[in-house]
Ligand binder design. Sequence first.
Ligand SMILES: [Zn+2]
Length: 236
Amino acid sequence: METVGKVGTITYTLSRLRRCKNITVRVLGNGEVRVSAPFREPVISVERVIRANQKKLENTIAIQKQEHELYGHTWKDGDTFLFHGKAHTLSMKPGLWDTLALEDGVFAITYVGKPPTKETLSYALKELYRESARKRIDPLVRTWAERLNLDVPPLTIRDSKKRWGSCSSRGNLNFSLRSASLSDEDLSYLVLHEMAHLVHFDHGPLFHAFLTKHLPSWKEHQQKIFSLQRRADLTP
Ligand SMILES: [Zn+2]
């Protein structure tokens, strides 16, 4: 059961769930506010929770809405995605087959019948990103292994949303398929960063000195990658 309410400027959708024990307030990526509450919880106590967090919620909503306008995907014709360091435009046309082709700066899609859903598009793009990440990261790992005088470590491409890359205690490197959105320079830094963990496991001063020695401009790349977190999101 869903109802819509308003506290000050905050419009919220309330879902009452039988198994729910607490009142939970969430701000979605597009700025919508969702509240879940136990089945018999009175509206007044739900609104009390919202009021108690009003300033914080309003701030979060404003930030989310702004980011969504700038970077949120519509998954429709004309939407743009960051790939290989450049904005790529989604072009969708009816056709004889379901196809996805990568042309210069364009993800060209043809479809039979109805246009594909955002879930289908997300799945197809993720496969494209996965393949590209693998193709681009493989040689970078080999190049850095040679420069750093290390063995070539095993590597896996994953669909991780938060982390761009990681290095396990066993020396396996993992990269997010989203890393295909990075430019060659930023991707090279990401690979160096994970490989540096084969030498220094934490982010201590020795780790940073190691990065500086091999890539003096590493901080710029790191900041760039942080700033792209949202734009590289492929979640439908
Ligand atoms: Zn690290």
